[in-house]
Ligand binder design. Structure first.
Ligand SMILES: Cc1cc2nc3c(=O)[nH]c(=O)nc-3n(C[C@H](O)[C@H](O)[C@H](O)COP(=O)(O)OP(=O)(O)OC[C@H]3O[C@@H](n4cnc5c(N)ncnc54)[C@H](O)[C@@H]3O)c2cc1C
Ligand SMILES: NC(=O)c1ccc[n+]([C@@H]2O[C@H](COP(=O)([O-])OP(=O)(O)OC[C@H]3O[C@@H](n4cnc5c(N)ncnc54)[C@H](O)[C@@H]3O)[C@@H](O)[C@H]2O)c1
Length: 475
């Protein structure tokens, strides 16, 4: 325990980032407190990963059981499949309660002090907390900021939380509108289009950029569109943005061309989900008391050790992790950053290896990737003077996928031509979110396709899709 301080470490924000940091801090022998203003578990547990995956699990099952053609191909026939919207919503809600309870208990069990209230830096190594009992100041040798993010709602869009809403309300599944507009074709837009289309809603997906799923590798996005969008009840408007959205019955959406800004159409729908990205929750954190300015997009500037920077210089004993630093807005990235910050606090210099952190969209089937897209790898090659190559393998050639009769899918490996080092792997297909971890380990260890091609995979498994891609690359 640090002399003269109330705690070795105080963490502001008990989302998955703060939680991961706290668990690791205790294992390193640090006396730790965590401050939370709202819900223990933050976005992921209460309004993000957890409820959305519960909805995806239930709606995915409905889709599967209603796919008479697929079932028939396996020799199965069933009658009509019914579902209860409220019961599906309850499933998500119950899961949130369970995981929130488990997370809170894990902190209590380890002796982490949980302090309710709004945390704010009150000078070097000092935090003020404003809660029900008024304001108090606590001191800590180190402070980790983990305040997370909130939905971004573009100007012109009015959210009433009922007919026009963000994922914060969407995960509650309070209604199943006949016709729902989804603004944005990123992670949230894609996952909710999977949920809504499985449960019988008609969808209009509006994407400002000139292609759907602009964040994903092009080949993957193209195939994903062919499987997840085109055959479903989803109309798409690409290169178009929602200039104005007025809540009500109906919801009125004025659409304009994203490049020319010219008005193109007005549509009237039953509901509208705004899924246009997230912004950091970095207001009123007391950053100015230690001379820290947020960047242009309001993220807290950090180095690779997660140390907070002021005008490019490290601010001693202050760290920022998770969505609030904008490096990689994913739950597991937030907790990984928490662990790295604590490692540095205890004097073990470590940095985050973003290239090996995987990501996935939990649609049916799933999309996953780790490392660079082909475009980013080419750019890196041009800067560093190497050529890249790609290798693809298809679920259509995989016995396990064929046995399931679910053979839409591809694995794409991007690697250096000279050394064979894997730079990125992208998968679309059955269980892609689980399959990606082998590729993640390969990138973490900077392995080459030549050595990976010699790994033996069990047969018949979906993992053989990656095996095949490595072997094709190594020929
Ligand atoms: C619909 C949806 C689905 C998602 N699905 C996935 C997924 O499947 N996989 C994945 O990896 N990621 C997913 N994400 C992203 C993931 O939720 C975030 O990356 C993750 O929650 C970030 O964690 P964090 O700890 O940085 O912040 P948060 O989880 O946002 O937690 C921050 C916490 O800090 C508290 N706080 C803020 N300011 C203060 C203050 N001054 N004082 C006290 N407390 C404060 C907040 O109340 C909050 O509880 C999803 C997000 C959404 C919206
Ligand atoms: N499975 C997962 O890991 C998962 C799931 C959900 C959310 N998340 C996290 O939450 C974050 C937010 O998700 P998201 O889907 O809201 O953001 P996103 O950044 O993934 O996608 C937002 C999309 O909206 C488009 N857009 C922005 N403004 C628009 C407008 N006015 N009209 C039309 N299109 C517009 C953008 O071009 C982009 O394609 C993600 O970055 C991700 O980190 C992760």
């Amino acid at each position: 325990m640090s002399q003269g301080f109330d705690y070795d470490l105080v963490i502001i924000g008990a989302g998955v980032g703060g939680h991961g940091a706290a668990l690791h801090a205790v294992s390193c022998g640090l006396k730790t407190a965590i401050i939370e203003a709202a819900d223990m578990g933050g976005t992921c547990v209460n309004r993000g990963c957890i409820p959305s995956k519960a909805l995806l699990a239930a709606s995915g099952r409905v889709r599967e059981l209603r796919n008479a053609h697929h079932l028939k191909s396996l020799g199965i026939q069933i009658g009509s499949v019914e579902f209860d919207r409220q019961a599906i919503a309850n499933h998500a809600d119950n899961l949130v309660s369970k995981i929130q309870g488990d997370l809170t208990n894990s902190l209590k069990r380890l002796g982490v002090d949980i302090i309710g209230g709004w945390g704010k830096i009150a000078g070097a190594q000092k935090v003020s907390v404003t809660g029900d009992g008024g304001e108090k100041t606590i001191t800590a040798k180190d402070i980790i900021l983990s305040p997370g993010s909130i939905p971004f709602v573009p100007p012109g869009i009015e959210v009433d939380g009922k007919t026009v809403f963000t994922s914060d309300q969407g995960v509650k599944l309070e209604s199943l509108p006949d016709w729902v507009a989804i603004i944005g074709s990123g992670y949230i837009g894609l996952e909710f289009s999977d949920i809504y289309s499985a449960l019988g809603c008609e969808i209009t997906m509006i994407e400002a950029l000139d292609q759907l799923m602009p964040g994903f590798d092009r080949d993957i996005a193209k195939l994903a569109e062919r499987v997840l969008i085109t055959p479903r009840d989803i109309e798409t408007k690409v290169g178009i943005y929602a200039k104005k959205v007025i809540p009500g019955s109906p919801v009125v959406i004025e659409l304009a061309n994203f490049k020319t800004k010219e008005d193109v159409d007005v549509i009237e729908v039953d509901a509208c989900l705004v899924a246009t990205g997230r912004i950091p929750a970095t207001k009123n954190l007391g950053l100015e008391s230690v001379g820290v300015e947020v960047d242009r997009r309001n993220f807290i500037p950090v180095d690779d050790r997660m140390a907070v920077l002021s005008a490019g210089e490290v601010v001693p004993h202050l760290w920022a992790i998770g969505d609030a630093n904008g490096k990689m807005m994913l739950a597991h990235a937030a907790s990984a950053q928490g662990i790295i910050a604590v490692e540095n606090i205890v004097g073990r210099e470590r940095i985050v290896d973003y290239r090996s952190i995987p990501a996935a969209a939990f649609t049916h089937p799933e999309v996953s990737y780790v490392g660079l897209t082909e475009t980013a790898a080419k750019e890196l090659g041009q800067t560093e003077g190497f050529e890249i190559a790609t290798s693809r393998s298809y679920f259509k050639g995989n016995s396990k996928a064929l046995a399931e009769n679910e053979a839409d899918g591809i694995a794409k490996v991007i690697y250096r031509k000279d050394t064979g080092e894997v730079l990125g792997t992208h998968i679309f297909g059955l269980h892609a979110s689980d399959l990606i971890h082998e590729a993640s380990a390969a990138i973490a260890n900077r392995q080459s396709v030549h050595s990976l091609a010699h790994l033996v995979h069990a047969h018949p498994t979906l993992s053989e899709v990656l095996d095949e891609a490595y072997k094709r690359a190594a020929i």
